[in-house]
Design a protein around this ligand. Structure first.
Ligand SMILES: Nc1nc2c(c(=O)[nH]1)N[C@H]1C(S)=C(S)[C@@H](COP(=O)(O)OP(=O)(O)OC[C@H]3O[C@@H](n4cnc5c(=O)[nH]c(N)nc54)[C@H](O)[C@@H]3O)O[C@H]1N2
Ligand SMILES: Nc1nc2c(c(=O)[nH]1)N[C@H]1C(S)=C(S)[C@@H](COP(=O)(O)OP(=O)(O)OC[C@H]3O[C@@H](n4cnc5c(=O)[nH]c(N)nc54)[C@H](O)[C@@H]3O)O[C@H]1N2
Ligand code: SF4
Ligand SMILES: [Mo]
Length: 768
């Protein structure tokens, strides 16, 4: 516990005290045997019956999309509705996200009482629990304080910063904001002549977008929720949906109820993928329901080899649908030849899955009528992530499972509007069709070369090549690998403007050289105007205007800030930038320029939420030049681990070992924002744990609960507690963002995404 929490009455929630800790540890010793279950109901009850309860209920019923994940619950017809208009669809993650935004505001004197050095000592959870950002502040060069700043000075500094050469200005964004804010951001930055529109998706699903675009000419899910309902098999790869997309679990439960099969592929035997208790099925809430029909635990980073293995079984048994391949795909022969030429020994050795299990998976896929292949970060956070997507696409195509109802490819998106940001053109690599439409709108030609994605932005900043950065949400600092580099790089930028709802470690560590400005903004359900967002299932949601509880604060809407800045930068030509304060007008421009979004032009009159056209494929005809899917070869990855000596340790060091570390989310966090210290589902009592296979630990000479050091190629963490868990031998798991000091991370060259899920680390006993 820090000094701050004990003394500051502004801190609205106490952090874990010793009695919490005892309870947490007791819980950890009994890691859950089902995912979901009673704790969900307990959480709901605790939160909604608390003093904050009435406000939470009001917000839950507010007509706006859930803040949390991209499954996209909520919207115009009430807070609890999914896109098929079915009721009771809010999970506890939604309550968690809302209650976090409903925290009291920071007082106007808060920053005068706490130095930045003091704030830098806060954990992620402590930073979030300070309360909502309520007043604009600036940290000027050399100062150890954030201090109040006037709106006029903010606009002056920001306008001056963005008037510098366009290649030296940039933005970063995170997918919580609206489509309208996203559209405005990219239009303003592109009109300056910059394509430096880094986005959190660069650190997330960019490989899915790149891979799917290459094969199918479309970058988002090819499956609708309705279509998912007709599947009789789901292959769920590298996703911890019970935690991160809880309503997807209801779809999986219902699929099992109708006799369908689920193949879970994950080096960690996530408890909720084995058994899940959903409040939507109250009679079976306590004992839970079986989710996976088959659970495969590959070596981290080896999924491609597993898929090539499945393809090889299909080929050897005569189960490949050659008629489909000939009619609807290109380059299939080369892919088949490659599968035939890849030996079983290499496949099995690479993925660590037995031939019997590979055959079982192939049989399940072959014997199903309609298969949906769904994946998340276990697939995209890899050095060969784009190839991973190709291997999944090839498997789906060989079995004729793309372009028909009930089947297809479904990347499970992250942030609630991350996909909308991509659709609105917030990307370093803009599609020609959107560029041309924007050129028409702006009456001038736009730069064609790609800008900086999130990693390139940090690298360029590290080289001193960026002067001004506007962050529309997110936590660029803590989301990146190598936090030492991230801090240094951000420190090379002259002006950083953070538009944020809540404080996070980025505000205290990601300090600019001259001016770091925090602009407090309304959350989605507080905006004074209508906005829209896009779900991972390609469904556009409308959010009604709302009100903030921060009545004493001085906040601005994201649209309000961006429209004012754009007007100051661009005047009235060729569009009336100030008119962009009106989100109706922004929607008119979106309708004109963004493919598939035509219906947004009528949404203010009709209130009709809609599925984006041209995204869901019920026939095997794709928007590629040939109209066919363009299959891609998939070389097996070579997966090696460094030795202890490579980490600067002696070969004789004992106990010690090298493992492939998976860094991801605990049960109680949303990205870099930690809500809860413990992860009871994995039996991890706090965030400074490493989940290991008991066999690996014991062979190396470690015991359960021992405190160790973990060293990567960028840094080291000490006092990490070993927890034995259901992780594959050779692999381990730790939580991000704490683990991000450890690694530089390999970067996938086509997508720019870091390999957060296969980080080589050495684990060794601390010197006494
Ligand atoms: N509650 C909550 N919901 C969220 C988020 C959150 O933080 N909290 N974040 C949102 C965002 S932005 C995103 S991107 C998503 C993230 O959702 P997920 O992708 O589900 O989250 P992760 O924790 O990153 O890890 C995914 C899973 O990949 C597995 N994995 C690791 N390596 C491999 C591998 O080599 N192969 C395979 N097959 N699996 C592997 C891990 O064991 C883990 O179970 O969730 C979104 N929703
Ligand atoms: N090691 C490791 N690193 C990872 C990952 C991993 O699995 N392992 N996952 C990666 C992934 S998938 C992602 S998506 C990134 C996440 O990276 P980011 O999206 O950059 O980070 P978040 O933690 O989601 O950002 C949270 C902050 O957003 C702000 N915010 C919330 N709502 C709003 C809003 O409505 N408007 C505005 N303006 N601000 C708002 C709040 O200030 C909050 O503190 O992290 C990546 N980093
Ligand atoms: S599944 Fe995702 S969108 Fe639906 S209520 Fe839960 S967090 Fe919100
Ligand atoms: Mo993400």
């Amino acid at each position: 516990m820090t000094q701050l929490d004990q003394t500051d009455e502004q801190s609205p929630f106490p952090v874990a005290n010793n009695s919490d800790r005892a309870a947490i540890e007791a819980a950890a010793d009994n890691a859950s045997t089902i995912g979901g279950g009673l704790p969900i109901i307990q959480y709901w009850a605790q939160k909604t019956l608390s003093p904050q309860g009435p406000q939470i209920w009001k917000t839950l019923f507010h007509k706006s999309a859930c803040l949390s994940c991209a499954w996209g619950t909520g919207g115009q017809n009430g807070g609890f509705i999914n896109e098929l208009e079915e009721p009771l669809q809010r999970c506890m993650k939604s309550v968690q996200a809302i209650s976090s935004e409903l925290q009291p505001g920071l007082s106007d004197y808060f920053f005068a009482r706490h130095t930045i050095s003091e704030l830098q000592a806060l954990t992620s959870r402590e930073a979030d629990r300070l309360g909502r950002l309520s007043f604009p502040v600036v940290r000027r060069a050399g100062s150890d304080y954030y201090e109040p700043i006037s709106w006029e000075e903010i606009y002056q500094l920001t306008t001056a910063g963005f008037s510098l050469p366009p290649e030296r200005v940039a933005s970063y964004s995170s997918g919580r904001s609206s489509n309208e804010a996203a559209f405005l951001l990219q239009l303003m930055v592109r009109a300056l002549g910059s394509n430096n529109l880094a986005d959190c998706s660069d650190l997330c699903h960019a490989p899915s977008t790149v891979g799917l675009n290459k094969v199918f000419g479309t970058g988002t899910s090819l499956v609708s929720l309705e279509s998912l309902r007709q599947a009789d098999c789901v292959v769920l790869v590298g996703s911890n949906a019970p935690t991160n997309h809880p309503r997807l679990m209801n779809e999986l439960i219902e699929l099992r109820d109708r006799g369908g099969k689920i193949i879970a592929i994950n080096p960690v035997k996530e408890v909720g993928l084995v058994k899940f208790g959903s409040p939507a099925h109250p009679l079976r809430l306590v004992q839970g329901e079986e989710i996976s029909s088959l659970f495969l635990q590959p070596i981290p980073g080896s999924d491609l080899a597993l898929f090539v293995g499945i393809q090889k079984v299909l080929l050897e048994r005569g189960w490949v649908q050659f008629d489909y391949l000939k009619a609807h795909t290109e380059n299939w022969q080369a892919v088949i030849d490659q599968v035939a030429a890849t030996g079983w020994e290499a496949i099995v050795a690479t993925c660590g899955i037995t031939l019997t299990e590979i055959v079982a998976a192939a049989e399940m896929i072959h014997s199903s009528q309609n298969v949906v292949f769904a994946w998340a970060m276990g697939i995209t956070h890899q050095a060969n992530s784009v190839d991973n997507i190709f291997s999944i696409a090839n498997t789906a195509l060989m079995t004729g499972n793309v372009g028909k109802s009930g089947a297809g490819l479904m990347p499970i998106r992250g942030h609630s509007n991350v996909q909308g940001f991509g659709s609105m053109g917030v990307t370093a690599h803009l599609k020609d069709s959107i560029r041309e439409a924007l050129e028409k709108l702006l009456g001038k030609s736009l730069k064609r070369e790609s800008g900086y994605d999130a990693r390139a932005l940090i690298e360029a900043s590290d080289r001193g090549e960026v002067d001004t950065l506007l962050c529309l949400g997110g936590n660029l600092y803590a989301a990146n690998p190598d936090l030492t580099q991230a801090k240094r790089a951000l420190g090379n930028i002259d002006t950083i403007i953070y538009l944020s709802t809540k404080p996070n470690q980025g505000h205290f560590h990601g300090l600019a050289r001259q001016n770091t400005i925090i602009v407090p903004v309304y959350a989605r359900f507080e905006n004074p105007h209508k906005t829209t967002v896009e779900s991972g299932n390609n469904f556009v949601r409308l959010n009604s205007p709302g009100k903030t509880h921060l009545t004493k604060g001085d906040l601005v809407s994201e649209i309000g800030f961006l429209a004012e800045l754009a007007h100051r930068l661009h005047g009235d030509q060729p569009i009336d930038w100030r008119r962009l304060h009106d989100t109706r007008y922004v929607r008119q421009l979106i309708a004109q320029t963004i493919p598939g979004y035509e219906k947004i032009g009528e949404i203010d009159d009709t209130n009709a939420e809609f599925t984006i056209s041209g995204r869901i494929f019920l026939e095997p005809k794709f928007p590629t030049p040939s109209g066919k899917a363009e299959m891609q070869p998939t070389p097996l990855p070579t997966l090696t681990l460094p030795t202890l000596q490579d980490f600067g340790l002696s070969a004789a060091q004992h106990p010690a070992l090298v493992l492939a570390l998976i860094t991801g989310r605990s049960y109680g966090q949303h990205n870099t924002v930690v809500y809860k210290e413990a992860d009871e589902y994995r039996g991890m009592p706090h965030r400074h744990c490493i989940l290991m296979h008991s066999g690996d630990a014991q062979r190396a000479g470690f015991s359960q609960h021992q405190r160790v050091s973990v060293r990567g190629d960028a840094g080291q963490l000490n006092d990490i507690e070993i927890i034995f868990g259901e992780v594959r031998s050779g692999a381990a798991l730790m939580f991000y963002p704490e683990a991000n000091v450890l690694m530089k991370a390999r970067i996938e060259p086509r997508a720019g995404t870091p390999a957060y899920k296969r980080v080589p680390v050495a684990i060794f006993a601390e010197a006494l």
